[in-house]
Design a protein around this ligand. Structure first.
Ligand code: NZQ
Ligand code: ZN
Length: 387
């Protein structure tokens, strides 16, 4: 096992009606910016619950944070936080709103041009340099409610870039599984697949001796396979909703990544597809992931075979099992409503591979993956296989 340090200060408050705890979680006398997205919180009653529980606090609202949050929009909130001397931010929304709030939190006191937070991938470690924030999660998927990363889109250049650091954990996150009843089926499907691929990014690498990490990862995968297809049909079922929500958090709160290698190339390529074509984040992963496993077959064969045996009960030679495990993964994504080819999602894809490879080259991203052996040539092949 590799050496590791584990630090996760986020207080997770999980369960039905836990938004009632809001007043006790927000710092006393805080002046709060309540940040939200396109308005779903007004339709499903979450806004009302939040406001009711913040009675007595000074609250300023900032709405309109887009899915795949825009740097340009977030900068407007940064101005408000500076002008009004806000000292706490509350994100009420999905991954986009929460990531947007992480950016606002980091940008307010940033010395220099905040675009560099993304362009230069600044690490935030000093709590005195960020505005503290908490979250009310409305969409299980990303794990951002309990991690220290965020992804933001610069519209002007069509770039989707990430940043983070140990100062970027939420102070608290309220996770009430009943919030998922108002989610469109498409977003529920996205949530299951995003979380599933988060596990695969940290699990489908090469064989190692992190036995417990593997078993925890396999537990999350099995739970997502167990509840995924039914939770999208019955989001009001609390057993399904709570297992779904907790699996998503556990998939990317840092725990399963400790002491083991990780990949993340599927996400790096996927982010480009969202930036270029607006394809939902999870849907880009369903397109890229399986082809990446095919192209990187020799590197990943051992873990693919373990995955095939333990998750899908496959038998045969390791090569046969590993291959079939990829097919089973595609099958699961399709069961979850994913299209697994780029041509099914956009008509404008022929130059995609060259464009992304050029971009990666400019950024110096020439060796990706757990063994740094996903070269630009391989990136091109992975994308072209996805057409
Ligand atoms: O904007 P509103 O009106 O709130 O509507 C949203 C949005 O249209 C809606 N929604 C959210 N909760 C709802 C709801 N509708 C009805 N009822 C509810 N309870 O769902 C739509 C999608 O929301 P969004 O926040 O964009 O989805 P998600 O949570 O999947 O977040 C995706 C973003 O997170 C990033 C992605 O790249 C993408 O930008 N990621 C962040 C990660 C992280 N910080 O660790 C890791 C992930 O890999 C991912 O990259
Ligand atoms: Zn993801």
């Amino acid at each position: 096992m590799l050496d590791f340090e584990l630090y996760n200060p986020t207080k997770l408050v999980f369960g039905k009606g836990k938004i009632d705890k809001l007043a006790s979680l927000v710092p006393v006398k805080a002046k709060i910016l309540l940040a939200y997205g396109g308005g779903s919180i007004f339709k499903n009653g979450i806004y009302e619950q939040a406001i009711k529980n913040l009675a007595g606090f000074e609250v300023i609202e900032f709405g309109g944070i887009e899915a795949n949050p825009h740097f340009e929009t977030l900068m407007k909130a940064v101005e408000i936080v500076r002008d009004k001397k806000i000292d706490f931010i509350l994100a009420v929304g999905g991954g986009s709103v929460i990531d947007g709030v992480k950016f606002i939190s980091a940008a307010v006191l940033f010395e220099g041009n905040p675009i560099d937070i993304l362009k230069k991938r600044i690490l935030f470690k000093d709590l005195s340099k960020v505005i503290p924030f908490g979250t009310v999660l409305t969409l299980p998927a990303t794990g951002t409610e309990m991690n220290s990363g965020a992804v933001v889109t610069i519209v002007a250049t069509q770039e989707k870039l990430d940043f983070g650091g140990s100062a970027m954990f939420p102070k608290f996150s309220i996770c009430d599984p009943t919030v998922i009843v108002s989610l469109p089926k498409r977003q529920l499907q996205n949530g299951v697949v995003d979380a599933y691929v988060h596990v695969l990014e940290q699990y489908l690498t090469y064989s190692h001796d992190g036995y417990l990490q593997d078993r925890i990862s396999e537990g999350i995968l099995q739970t997502l396979i167990q509840v995924g297809p039914s939770v999208v049909e019955n989001p009001a079922d609390y057993t399904l909703a709570s297992n779904f929500m907790w699996s998503c958090t556990m998939a990317l709160n840092g725990l399963i990544q400790k002491g083991v290698p990780s990949d993340w190339a599927t996400h790096m390529i996927g982010h480009e597809l969202t930036a270029l074509y607006g394809i939902d984040h999870a849907r880009t992963l369903a397109i890229i992931g399986p082809n990446l496993y095919r192209v990187m077959f020799e590197t990943k064969k051992g873990k693919l075979a373990q995955y095939g045996k333990r998750i899908f009960n496959l038998t045969g030679s390791d090569d046969e099992i590993a291959n079939e495990a990829i097919n089973k993964t595609v099958g699961f994504f399709q069961t979850m409503g994913m299209k697994t080819k780029l041509s099914e999602c956009t008509g404008d894809y022929t130059k995609t591979a060259d464009f992304i490879v050029d971009r990666f080259e400019e950024r110096g991203w020439k060796a990706l993956g757990e063994k740094q052996n996903i070269t630009l040539e391989k990136v091109k092949k992975i994308i072209e296989m996805s057409f």
